[in-house]
Design a protein around this ligand. Structure first.
Ligand code: NAD
Ligand code: ZN
Length: 397
């Protein structure tokens, strides 16, 4: 079968690899009908996540049709169209039972590595390095899905793949980021990053009753999308001082909550950004927390910092004094997609929230090398790419 494989820094290729097999009675094999490239994939693409191996199959956002199930799978059968959460969760461990699905104790066979570095492990993730289990991902024609009864959700027949694909990751991720802000009616929420995650966080914050939603980025087309689709006030961080502008927009107080939908590859200008860039390239710092420091500075006293953006290791010059002095709450983590999948699917079914507006590019899987490049470089107005494994190689947007 065809699959998008990692071949080193900024090098992905579409290879022919063996089709997946049922390895465990609780597995299902899914024929992928639509798959996306996520901002998290860019961290792999740019070589910031260790333990990637040449030939690893990428992709953790995908929907498809079941073609085979293991003998212990009870709720699904071949022919079912399904949504697949990006993290793999057993459903039986203490964490899954508490609803902390992305912290599953049983789905990461390489948990020892994370335990050494972080003190404990996270769940396995499709196509996301050997740290997270070494599972083959869904940017492929077929994928093996463990714990099928636990993770999968059937797609209602009236909904197309594009309407549900973002339930696998970025919609629940934006929703959890907003929920972590504990938004009260009329709260002011500022969101750094107008990529798919930031945009979904803005939509969700609106849905939860936020007052002002402010969107921060530097790409005009993304800021415009935040304005028109999410009712956000756009701020370009290359043109103005963000903490000052946010104070002015909120009566001098600062936003009640600030969402970091940027993560470890934040862009910036000036001395501070240069410092992080040099330290990261010398491996003296894992992540560039340029946006995160700004969030902490801008947030109002007693406010919440919500971090859906991915960080991988150690960061420098963390303004912990400001976090303490201002009494900030920090909430973060991988998204518990399983927890949000059904309620958010209902919002999509009712037509309350439509997430398809983020799709700017539709491609065939064969075009993945070009897709990664334009999404990483934010060329051609690219916000989100979806790819069809079986379609003819043709780009339409
Ligand atoms: P993306 O690359 O499309 O978006 C990132 C945006 O941040 C870009 O528009 C970029 O211009 C902007 N940005 C860069 N530096 C900035 C700065 N200093 N200030 C403001 N904006 C800045 O990616 P995405 O798909 O939207 O993902 C965003 C983050 O969320 C990534 O780190 C990704 O790994 C993470 N993520 C986390 C989860 C989770 O489970 N927590 C799930 C999905 C994605
Ligand atoms: Zn993702």
């Amino acid at each position: 079968m065809k699959a998008v494989c990692w071949h080193g820094k900024r090098n992905v290729q579409v290879d022919t690899v063996p089709e997946p097999q049922i390895l465990n009675p609780r597995d299902a094999i899914v024929r992928v009908t639509l798959t996306g490239i996520c901002g998290s994939d860019l961290h792999l693409y740019n070589g910031y996540v260790p333990t990637m191996k040449e030939g690893d199959v990428l992709g953790h956002e995908f929907v498809g049709e079941i073609v085979e199930v293991g003998s212990a799978v009870k709720s699904f059968s071949p022919g079912d169209r399904v949504i697949v959460p990006f993290s793999i969760s057993c459903g039986d461990c203490w964490y899954c039972q508490q609803g902390m699905w992305a912290l599953c104790d049983n789905s990461n066979p390489n948990s020892m590595v994370l335990e050494k570095v972080y003190g404990d492990t996270g769940a396995g993730i499709f196509g996301y390095s050997h740290l997270y289990g070494g599972y083959a991902g869904g940017q492929a024609e077929f994928v093996r899905v463990p714990f099928a009864d636990t993770g999968l959700e059937k797609i209602p027949p009236q909904l197309g793949d594009e309407q549900v694909i973002f339930l696998t990751d970025v919609f629940p991720t934006g929703y959890q980021a907003a929920e972590n802000c504990n938004i009260h009616e009329g709260d002011n929420v500022a969101v750094w990053g107008c990529g798919p995650v930031g945009l979904m966080a803005m939509k969700s914050a609106r849905h939860m009753g936020a007052g002002k939603v402010v969107a921060i980025d530097r790409f005009p087309e993304r800021l415009e999308m935040a304005r028109t689709e999410c009712g956000a006030e756009p701020l370009n961080y290359e043109e103005i001082d963000i903490p000052e502008a946010l104070h002015n927009l909120t009566g001098g107080r600062g936003p009640d909550s600030c969402i970091d939908a940027v993560g470890m590859e934040a862009h910036g200008t000036g001395l501070e950004a240069a410092y992080d860039r040099v330290k990261q390239s010398l491996h003296l710092e894992n992540d560039r927390p340029i946006a995160l420091r700004q969030l902490i500075k801008a947030c109002r006293k007693g406010g919440t910092i919500s971090i859906p953006g991915v960080y991988s290791g150690f960061i420098d010059k963390m303004p912990m004094g400001a976090v303490f002095a201002k009494g900030l709450t920090i909430r973060t983590g991988q998204t518990h997609v399983h927890k949000y999948l059904r309620p958010l699917l209902q919002l999509v079914e009712k037509g309350d929230i439509d997430t398809t507006f983020i799709i700017t590019h539709r491609m065939a899987l064969d075009d993945a090398p070009m897709g990664y490049k334009i999404f990483d470089d934010k060329q051609d107005g690219c916000v989100k790419i979806v790819m069809k494994p079986q379609a003819a190689s043709q780009m339409t947007h």
